[in-house]
Design a protein around this ligand. Sequence first.
Ligand code: CP
Length: 308
Amino acid sequence: MGLKHKDLLDIKGLNREEITLILDTAESFKEVTGRDIKKVPTLRGKTVVNLFFEPSTRTRTSFELAAKRLSADVINFSVSSSSVIKGETLLDTARNIEAMRSDFIVVRHSASGAPHLLARNLNSSIINAGDGSHEHPTQALLDMYTIRERKGRLEGLKVAIIGDITHSRVARSNIYGLTRLGAEVRLIGPPALLPPGIESTGASVYYHVEEGLSDIDVIMVLRIQLERQGKNYFPTQREFARLYCLTPERTMLAKEDVMVMHPGPINRGIEISPDVADGLSSVILEQVTNGIAVRMAVLYLLGGAGEA
Ligand code: CP
């Protein structure tokens, strides 16, 4: 059974069964990525284009490896050496890529809704690799996969997301996904970094780390996104760190077997202390490893897996 969608644009548009299907499928691909020869012929003859208009270390590399492990051909489009700098629009650029017979276009863009624009106008499957402050669906899927792998379930778990919620596409995708799968989500940050009305998603809001972390199973720390902030939301980074940085002392407020996550890139000493980032509770690099299996599952399921 495949996903009944041409594109993966957000988590908000996925139901519980669809999210579970992706996570279950990723489990099979995780086994493949652990083999000596980490390759299956599933997408042989298909072409995946990575179209990243913003920097990326993890997501772009992970999609490239996922596509290669499924035997697809992969093109990494470099915006800085393309005709984008001569003024070509996003849509014209993508139409030209599709004219070369792409099957999947993985897009990251600073404008919220950019992948949706491509999805409406192109036949290729569009995968959102992060659009502005809107969503980052494959990050949330790999986060949910990592939690489920470690804890055996998502239902009933208490997950705290700390930091810059307002500008975080990772937070938005995780809030939709985790609440849909039955987890309790707490959002912790200064009032200026918590969007008004966010409680309507089912998440609860805390302004003090000490309150929000009590009895928590999973802590997800977010980076302060200085590049998306048009104004100062807190006096200084030092002030933010004093109040919200995840330190070993603060981690101890959560459950003893708490797992600490971060989507990366991390700012050591600002939102997370090096001791916690590199400590025994941290699964930050496991998240990166799992990203490949999850993205293999997404490519496989969008490719019409199992269709007659
Ligand atoms: N988590 C994440 O999206 O990382 P990159 O920006 O390195 O892709």
